[in-house]
Write a protein that binds this ligand. Structure first.
Ligand SMILES: Nc1ncnc2c1ncn2[C@@H]1O[C@H](COP(=O)(O)OP(=O)(O)OP(=O)(O)O)[C@@H](O)[C@H]1O
Ligand code: SF4
Ligand SMILES: [Mg+2]
Length: 352
């Protein structure tokens, strides 16, 4: 095999996105919040990774840092390596090292990587028509020709299931229902045919039927465009439906990561087990009792030398879990967890 052929082959298998030791610290008057604390994950072309966890565990900060969109109070370290499959100038670029107003980040943001935000109204301007807002990105990144840009925008509106698109194109966000605004956001996010879609709670504000439609739509468009999706949610049902791999986040850390089937069939971390037990099951006994995880997520302050889940964990080991930071343990080749129960020596005691 000559060298050229080898490079092409490696490129197809290498991840599109590698997040390495991402830390986001927020300095408050009297304390330092370690809101994201050493997050690592990878995402390949065409695949979906779910980032799941309770409110406040750092999902949005993690995902927004990929677009350099976090507020200035956030001090961010680590690496976010982006390897475009379409643009050779974006080959293993560390997004965090880019100038926030430079050409490269503008080329990544909105063109190669798009985001659907947790709250559609924060991303849509009330002052401009839907059509203008979808076209803006197309005119920056795809074509300077207004007529073509409008055709693309109308086509996207049709694709996301908005009928009467010519009329809708000239309407303002307040003339759309919550579900329709979410569809508009998806149309905006996909109008430039991105390689990576970051979807932060894309369906939380929607009723169940619309939620299912939007998920189905995202899957269809993913197939068509071969894009990767980073799906942020606190809903394990959505994860089961959509993802190839799952990263469970707790207090700024990924505490368990595995393929989706493995997470549901063989969860290891006590927090993941608690989340799954608190999930309602389709077809389950109507008298089934859902358990919830006792306690609430504490603030991520001074948690580096103990397990963040310690106070809520029924398996905690005094003198170990509250005395050291917890490393990642490999459960199998594609399954890892951050829990001392899976430290080889502890595991033997625990099993036997
Ligand atoms: N601008 C900010 N100033 C201060 N603290 C912040 C700021 N943004 C986020 N935080 C804090 O950082 C932590 C992580 O926030 P983040 O928004 O990433 O959580 P999340 O997992 O997305 O939660 P949710 O499920 O509620 O959206 C939280 O404790 C949050 O209060
Ligand atoms: S490390 Fe200890 S406290 Fe943390 S989840 Fe595992 S057993 Fe529980
Ligand atoms: Mg969030």
């Amino acid at each position: 095999m000559d060298v050229k052929e080898k490079v092409v082959k490696e490129d197809n298998h290498s991840p599109l996105l590698s997040v390495e030791d991402l830390k986001i610290t927020i300095q408050q008057d009297d304390y330092e919040l370690n809101a994201v604390d050493g997050v690592d994950f990878q995402l390949k072309k065409g695949k979906t990774l779910g980032l799941v966890g309770e409110s406040g565990c750092g999902k949005s900060l993690t995902s927004r840092s990929i677009m350099q969109l976090n507020p200035k109070v956030c001090e961010t370290t680590g690496k976010i390596l982006y390897k475009s499959k379409k643009d050779k100038s974006l080959n293993n670029i560390d997004i965090l090292s880019l100038k926030s107003t430079g050409k490269k980040i503008r080329n990544i943001r909105g063109k190669r990587v798009s985001m659907i935000f947790q709250e559609p109204m924060t991303a849509l301007s009330p002052l401009y028509t839907i059509g203008n807002q979808i076209m803006e990105n197309i005119l920056i990144h795809r074509t300077k020709n207004k007529k073509k840009a409008k055709e693309i925008a109308l086509d996207m509106l049709r694709k996301v299931g908005i009928s009467n698109e010519e009329k809708r194109f000239n309407q303002y966000p307040h003339e759309f229902s919550g579900g329709m605004r979410q569809r508009v956001m998806i149309a905006m996010a996909l109008a430039c045919n991105p390689e990576l879609l970051i979807a932060d709670e894309p369906t939380t504000a929607l009723d169940v039927t619309i939620q299912a439609q939007v998920m189905e739509l995202m899957k269809e468009l993913q197939k068509e465009f071969e894009m990767a999706i980073l799906l942020v949610t606190h809903d394990l049902g959505v994860i089961a439906e959509m993802c190839d791999e799952v990263a469970v986040m707790y207090l700024g850390k990924i505490v368990e990561k595995a393929p989706v089937k493995e997470i549901f069939n063989n969860p290891k971390h006590p927090y993941t087990i608690g989340l799954i037990k608190s999930m309602p099951r389709l077809g389950g006994n109507k008298n089934q009792r859902l358990t919830s995880i006792e306690g609430t997520v504490p603030l991520a302050i001074n948690m580096r030398n103990k397990c963040g889940f310690y106070d809520r964990c029924i398996h905690r080991i005094e003198g170990l879990c509250d005395a050291q930071s917890v490393p990642n343990y490999q459960v199998s080749s594609d399954h890892e967890t951050r829990c001392f129960l899976y430290k080889p020596e502890t595991k033997e005691d625990h099993d036997g």
